[in-house]
Design a protein around this ligand. Structure first.
Ligand code: SF4
Ligand code: SF4
Length: 66
Protein backbone atom coordinates (compact mmCIF):
# COMPACT_ATOMS: atom_id res chain seq x y z
CA UNK A 1 0.00 0.00 0.00
CA UNK A 2 1.22 3.47 -0.87
CA UNK A 3 -0.26 6.35 1.12
CA UNK A 4 0.10 9.74 -0.49
CA UNK A 5 -0.23 11.68 2.73
CA UNK A 6 0.07 15.09 1.14
CA UNK A 7 -3.28 14.52 -0.62
CA UNK A 8 -5.27 13.67 2.52
CA UNK A 9 -7.94 16.14 3.60
CA UNK A 10 -8.75 14.38 6.88
CA UNK A 11 -12.35 13.70 5.89
CA UNK A 12 -12.44 10.43 7.82
CA UNK A 13 -14.29 8.39 5.20
CA UNK A 14 -11.57 5.79 4.99
CA UNK A 15 -11.32 5.39 8.75
CA UNK A 16 -15.09 4.92 8.96
CA UNK A 17 -15.01 2.29 6.21
CA UNK A 18 -12.10 0.26 7.51
CA UNK A 19 -13.33 -3.10 8.85
CA UNK A 20 -10.22 -3.50 10.96
CA UNK A 21 -10.18 0.04 12.33
CA UNK A 22 -6.49 0.44 11.66
CA UNK A 23 -6.68 3.94 10.21
CA UNK A 24 -5.92 6.90 12.46
CA UNK A 25 -4.46 10.35 11.94
CA UNK A 26 -0.97 11.75 12.28
CA UNK A 27 -0.17 14.45 14.81
CA UNK A 28 1.39 16.70 12.18
CA UNK A 29 -0.26 18.59 9.35
CA UNK A 30 0.53 17.92 5.71
CA UNK A 31 1.29 20.41 2.96
CA UNK A 32 -2.36 21.32 2.55
CA UNK A 33 -3.01 21.84 6.25
CA UNK A 34 -4.66 18.59 7.36
CA UNK A 35 -3.66 15.78 9.68
CA UNK A 36 -3.07 12.93 7.25
CA UNK A 37 -4.02 9.33 7.75
CA UNK A 38 -1.82 6.79 9.40
CA UNK A 39 -2.38 3.07 8.80
CA UNK A 40 -1.32 0.29 11.13
CA UNK A 41 -0.36 -1.94 8.25
CA UNK A 42 0.25 -4.94 10.52
CA UNK A 43 -3.52 -5.09 11.06
CA UNK A 44 -4.55 -4.24 7.50
CA UNK A 45 -6.20 -7.02 5.50
CA UNK A 46 -5.82 -5.24 2.14
CA UNK A 47 -9.57 -5.15 1.62
CA UNK A 48 -9.42 -1.97 -0.46
CA UNK A 49 -12.26 -0.11 1.27
CA UNK A 50 -10.08 2.87 2.05
CA UNK A 51 -8.97 3.03 -1.56
CA UNK A 52 -12.55 2.87 -2.83
CA UNK A 53 -13.99 5.56 -0.58
CA UNK A 54 -11.18 8.10 -0.61
CA UNK A 55 -12.20 11.06 -2.75
CA UNK A 56 -8.66 12.34 -2.98
CA UNK A 57 -6.71 9.36 -4.30
CA UNK A 58 -4.56 8.98 -1.22
CA UNK A 59 -4.27 5.19 -1.35
CA UNK A 60 -2.62 3.13 -4.01
CA UNK A 61 -2.48 -0.64 -4.16
CA UNK A 62 0.19 -1.93 -6.42
CA UNK A 63 -0.32 -5.63 -5.81
CA UNK A 64 2.24 -8.19 -4.81
CA UNK A 65 3.90 -7.40 -1.55
CA UNK A 66 3.04 -3.72 -1.65
S1 SF4 B 1 -7.25 -1.92 3.03
FE1 SF4 B 1 -9.04 -2.31 4.32
S2 SF4 B 1 -8.17 -3.04 6.26
FE2 SF4 B 1 -6.54 -2.03 5.16
S3 SF4 B 1 -6.52 0.07 5.92
FE3 SF4 B 1 -7.77 0.02 4.03
S4 SF4 B 1 -9.88 -0.28 4.75
FE4 SF4 B 1 -8.50 -0.83 6.45
S1 SF4 C 1 -10.74 9.21 2.73
FE1 SF4 C 1 -8.86 10.02 1.82
S2 SF4 C 1 -8.91 12.22 2.22
FE2 SF4 C 1 -10.40 11.26 3.57
S3 SF4 C 1 -9.27 10.89 5.51
FE3 SF4 C 1 -9.11 9.04 4.27
S4 SF4 C 1 -7.18 9.26 3.11
FE4 SF4 C 1 -7.74 11.28 3.90
Amino acid sequence: MVIRKDRCKECGLCAASCPKQVISFENYVNKIGYHPVKVDEAGCIQCGSCYIVCPDGVYQFLGGDE
